[in-house]
Design a protein around this ligand. Structure first.
Ligand code: LR7
Ligand code: MN
Length: 572
């Protein structure tokens, strides 16, 4: 699948990296989420009992909520399982189209009530919490680009059905230039019948960041709550978010985000005992982490608001006044990505706190790919991320830039955002790392970094680091001097790593990429004085095959095929 290319093919290669990156990104985030979910499942206690069924006992409809048969598909958050083979050809086509257009099972969603009930997934301890008598009200802003009808409207109804009316000022639906017909006149007509819901539309495709800014500009509530357009709010989701903001407007908060499964729309949650918080890696991708002790010890109990270095970014509440003071969003960011870390860093560095609220739950449909069109020819995530790195990350930005050999491209003008940082008198990024995310792996401490080039041939050690590549042999490809899959770091404890993947050798022919475990063993390497790369456990050296294509492990002999130039070697 790799192509061989000369310098003249650089552009072609660039484009290939961009397309690949875009594809991998969504995949990587989803893969990470699945790994984390597995961890939590392993630790999970039996699920909390569903006492939301109370609602069914009243057979009559409520003003805003029709009676729904408890046995209807998906009720109580249950899975809708469809046997595709039993569908007629026309239905089968609908089923496939639904997946194709949305990257989730729209056919299943369409079978579920827009008012379906959910289990009460809160830990029992949450129900004893008392909230302030007077809480601020909120505008809920939901941006969408080509969202499925049933999923969008279920988001809306779950907000209305499960928010105390006096706390819900309005719901603002921001249509980011969708072209699906149901989102035009039919949506206007449907929404006209609902109190408090309005639709605003962008005049061209803006991307979710500027769409959110449009929502902000028309919002009137004291608090702004952003949600994605494929969410379901669970019982009691809103009060704990608002309560925390009422205490101090500089508290920026987000709920637990149970998975609504993309195939069955099953709503699943975990106890707050297994709560996770946000971090990031050096590709500037948001990731989850298990609660580190330095955060755990800052809170009173497992249901208390919990500090989070970063957030996923789609679902959160912030005081509208504070959001304004903080400089809202960077309007120079397009489509998707980067804004979540940008706001996370900004909140912490400029005097606020970012917390996950264990008693608040809003489900989200996690998808394995992005179903809509991005922008062709531009790597938008990279551009957005460079904007945030330039403004907020000080000298740490270079760890990100090294990944693509400082090929920044055109990322627009960030003068205004730099002025904002000046005006707000924010802490440095170094302060953020040391005080908020002290266990971040800092590449600056790496003993060597960059491409690892063989002396025998102009070939480099090359592998993607993601779930698809774990366990597969690592090989050699022509050096391209662009970082990417040829960027490796040697950590102080001997790992050769990129993000969470480490070169790992357990005997036999090949070296593989394996999730870093920090236990040395098969992942302990030395880059020695004679420029050989030595595996401590097996006392062998990395060697390329004669044709230069393969990476193998052999008895150390000092031949050229065992000599490596690592781009940057720290003076020791
Ligand atoms: O051009 C666009 N215009 C839009 O209005 C592209 C997207 N959107 C809308 C879209 O319809 C959706 O409602 O923006 C929302 C987010 O897009 P998704 O759902 O395709 O992306 P996602 O769920 O993978 O996005 C996560 O990361 C994004 C980075 O920019 C945003 O911060 C999303 O809000 C964020 N979603 C969440 O945080 C939910 C929990 C996911 C996790 C972990
Ligand atoms: Mn989403």
């Amino acid at each position: 699948n790799h192509i061989h290319f000369g310098d003249s093919d650089k552009l072609k290669h660039d484009r290939k990296i961009h397309a690949e990156e875009k594809r991998n990104l969504v995949n990587k985030i989803e893969a990470d989420r699945q790994v984390q979910e597995r961890h939590r499942e392993e630790k999970a206690q039996p699920p909390a009992k569903n006492d939301d069924t109370l609602r069914y006992k009243k057979k009559e409809a409520l003003p805003s909520r029709p009676y729904v048969d408890p046995n209807a598909p998906g009720e109580g958050g249950k899975a809708v399982v469809i046997d595709k083979d039993k569908l007629s050809p026309e239905e089968k086509k609908k089923f496939d189209d639904g997946w194709q257009k949305n990257a989730f099972n729209q056919y299943a969603s369409d079978m579920i009530s827009l008012h379906r009930t959910l289990p009460d997934v809160r830990d029992p301890e949450c129900k004893d919490l008392k909230y302030k008598d007077k809480l601020p009200d909120t505008s809920v802003v939901v941006c969408f680009h080509n969202e499925a009808w049933s999923v969008l409207l279920r988001t809306v109804h779950s907000i209305i059905d499960r928010s105390p009316p006096h706390l819900l000022k309005e719901i603002i639906l921001v249509d980011d230039f969708s072209d699906m017909d149901h989102l035009k006149q039919p949506l206007e007509e449907y929404v006209a019948k609902l109190e408090k819901v309005k639709v605003v539309r962008t005049k061209k495709r803006e991307g979710l960041i500027r769409a959110r800014l449009l929502g902000y500009s028309v919002a009137t509530g004291e608090v702004l709550t952003y949600l994605d357009s494929h969410c379901e709010c669970a019982e009691g989701w809103l009060e704990p978010l608002l309560d925390r903001i009422a205490e101090d407007k500089r508290h920026v908060v987000y709920p637990q985000m149970p998975n609504i499964k993309d195939d069955t729309l099953e709503f699943r949650a975990f106890s707050a005992k297994n709560i996770q918080v946000g971090r990031f890696d050096w590709q500037l991708i948001f990731r989850w982490m298990e609660l580190p002790e330095y955060i755990n010890k800052t809170r009173k109990s497992f249901i208390s608001p919990t500090r989070s270095p970063t957030m996923a970014g789609g679902l959160f509440s912030i005081s509208r006044e504070y959001f304004t003071e903080l400089g809202t969003y960077d309007p120079g960011m397009d489509i998707w990505g980067g804004e979540n870390l940008e706001l996370s860093f900004r909140v912490w560095m400029c005097g606020g706190t970012l917390e996950i609220i264990p008693c608040s739950h809003v489900g989200h449909i996690f998808r394995k790919r992005s179903p809509y069109k991005w922008r062709t020819g531009v790597n938008v995530v990279k551009k957005n991320s460079i904007r945030l790195a330039e403004v907020w990350m000080d000298e740490y930005k270079n760890y990100y830039y090294e990944r693509f050999n400082y090929d920044l491209g055109d990322y627009g003008d960030v003068t205004d955002r730099k002025k904002l940082r000046e005006r707000l008198q924010c802490h440095s990024f170094d302060w953020f790392v040391k005080n908020v995310y002290p266990d971040l792996f800092v590449p600056g401490e790496a003993l060597a970094s960059g491409e690892i080039r063989s002396k025998a041939k102009p070939m480099c050690i090359d592998s993607a680091v993601d779930n698809h590549n774990y366990h597969k042999p690592v090989n050699m490809w022509p050096c391209h001097n662009q970082g990417g899959n040829q960027y490796w770091m040697l950590s102080k404890n001997g790992e050769i790593r990129r993000d969470d993947g480490c070169l790992d050798y357990s005997g036999g022919e090949s070296v593989i990429v394996y999730p870093c475990h920090g236990q040395k063993g098969n992942q302990e390497w030395q880059y020695r004085e004679d420029n050989s790369i030595y595996h401590a456990n097996t006392q062998k050296c990395m060697e390329t095959s004669v044709d230069g294509q393969k990476l193998t492990m052999k008895t150390c002999s000092g031949v050229d095929r065992q000599i490596w130039t690592w781009k940057r070697k720290s003076p020791s």
